[in-house]
Ligand binder design. Structure first.
Ligand SMILES: [Zn+2]
Length: 474
């Protein structure tokens, strides 16, 4: 047995004995309501950053700092760099969380992590505190058993991932020198299924626009004026409905022209994945009898990962409470468009703006606001070469199952800019989420069995990557 294998064994042994302690830390971190969205107290993010920094220090990670940039939720950095000659891995995760959503829909309070049926329920348990803790536990297991990690490791834990990483550019500019690495490992993505590991090689991007329809100066009596006077709520609904054609495709002129055709290899990868429509619908929580939407002629995985999609994420007119027989003056909506290679997010937002503002019904005043900060780029990589092979071996060792090569419909702004900054360093996206985790919704939960498998995989991964020459990245 080689020395490295001995260390792996010792680390796995330490993990097994001390799993309860790592779980306790995860529970403590998940009690902090570090919501990064507008309107939530930024102090909670500060507390969450401090608690995460403490978890890193307790693990034996060195040079741990909470990095503050004015007006930006804090990032955390830490490293362990005592593996001379071995490659350096940058481990990414985020400590901010989504808003809790509808409080009454939670079966246990969102910030009181509760275990039920092998899952830990609570906001942020899966996304992404378990991702962060998987690597904290893996590094700790090495350091507390053999005193060393097979690779050099750097942690960067973000505080604004859930709001689109709008200040990432500023962050990178400031801390570029500190973050140099040979490989990037992110744990903020989903597995193919419960117990089935995945490496994600493509992420969609996102852009957001706010559309407001103003028809009147002030609300008026719907009986005295209704009929000849147009209703801005109906105009807005028509505008939104007009963005999708009957065949399910989007009606945003110029958008599809930008979409890249999947390569032969990618098409083969997509075809290799099993799909069960009934299971998919159930996991998406669709009502019985409903059919799937989207473009004809594309599979579900293609629609999710390689085609753009549009969602109305907010709609405001008049609340039920206080409503009366009025034509109200204005209505507004926030639209989010998921982008794919090679759609330029800013261009897509401007196409959407043009589409909505051109010839509005009854000549209503339609104002569309776009923001560069509301654009997160897509990302893709060719998941071949020694680093990805190392990743697949590590996941197989941790989960006992072959790794599915998947795309993700969601967006992580960090990946593209970091990979570029590090000269095209291979990015391995492995996660702890499963289709039942309900990330971003009520009753978010972590499958604890998969979490342990992910921690074990991380232990194997550092060892596997220690033998990959950084020069042979691709
Ligand atoms: Zn996340």
């Amino acid at each position: 047995m080689t020395l490295a294998n001995g260390n792996v064994k010792a680390a796995l042994g330490y993990l097994e004995k001390n799993y309860g302690q790592f779980k306790d830390t995860l529970v403590e971190l998940s009690k902090i309501p570090g919501v990064s969205a507008d309107g939530y107290p930024p102090e909670a993010l500060k507390r969450s950053a401090d608690a995460t920094a403490k978890a890193l220090r307790d693990a034996g990670v060195e040079n741990v700092q909470v990095l503050e940039i004015p007006g930006v939720h804090p990032y955390i950095y830490g490293d362990w760099l005592h593996a001379p000659g071995a490659p350096t891995i940058l481990l990414y995760g985020h400590h901010d969380v989504q808003p809790e959503g509808r409080h009454d829909k939670w079966l246990s309070p969102p910030f009181e992590p509760t275990e039920r049926g092998g899952r830990l329920y609570g906001r942020g348990t899966a996304d992404d505190k378990a991702g962060v803790m998987a690597h904290v536990a893996a590094v700790a297991s090495y350091l507390k058993s053999s005193g060393k990690v097979p690779c050099n490791v750097k942690f960067v834990i973000e505080g604004e991932e859930e709001i689109g990483s709008g200040n990432l550019g500023t962050f990178l500019q400031k801390y570029k020198g500190m973050l140099a690495a040979d490989f990037i490992v992110l744990s903020d993505t989903a597995n193919f299924d419960t117990g089935v590991p995945a490496l994600t090689y493509q992420l969609r991007g996102i852009c957001q626009v706010d559309v407001e329809v103003q028809a009147l100066d002030h609300p008026i009596h719907s009986g005295m004026w209704g009929g000849p006077v147009p209703d801005p709520v109906q105009i807005l609904c028509k505008l939104i409905a007009g963005l999708t054609k009957d065949d399910g495709s989007l009606d945003i002129p110029g958008l599809y022209k930008m979409v890249a055709k999947p390569s032969k290899k990618q098409a083969a990868r997509l075809r290799a994945l099993a799909f069960d429509e009934a299971k998919f619908k159930k996991e998406a929580s669709m009502m019985k009898g409903m059919t799937l939407a989207g473009e004809k002629g594309h599979t579900v995985y293609e629609k999710l990962w390689t085609r753009p999609s549009l969602t109305v994420i907010a709609l405001e007119a008049r609340q039920f409470q206080g409503s009366s027989n009025q034509i109200i003056d204005a209505a507004r909506a926030r639209l989010s468009l998921r982008t794919v290679p090679n759609i330029d997010g800013n261009k897509a937002a401007s196409l959407l703006k043009t589409r909505l503002e051109t010839k509005p019904p009854y000549g209503a005043k339609v104002t569309v606001k776009t923001s560069r900060k509301a654009v997160t780029p897509w990302w893709t990589t060719d998941p071949e070469g020694p680093a990805f092979e190392a990743g697949r071996r590590a996941l197989k060792a941790g989960f006992g199952k072959d790794t599915a090569m998947i795309g993700a419909g969601g967006s992580i702004g960090f990946v593209g800019p970091f990979a570029t900054m590090l000269g095209g360093a291979p990015c391995l996206l492995m996660g702890v989420e499963d289709p039942k985790c309900n990330a971003h919704s009520e009753n978010e939960s972590l499958h604890l069995g998969d979490w342990i498998k992910c921690m074990k995989s991380a232990i194997y991964l550092y060892d596997e990557l220690s033998r990959v020459s950084p020069k042979k990245k691709r």
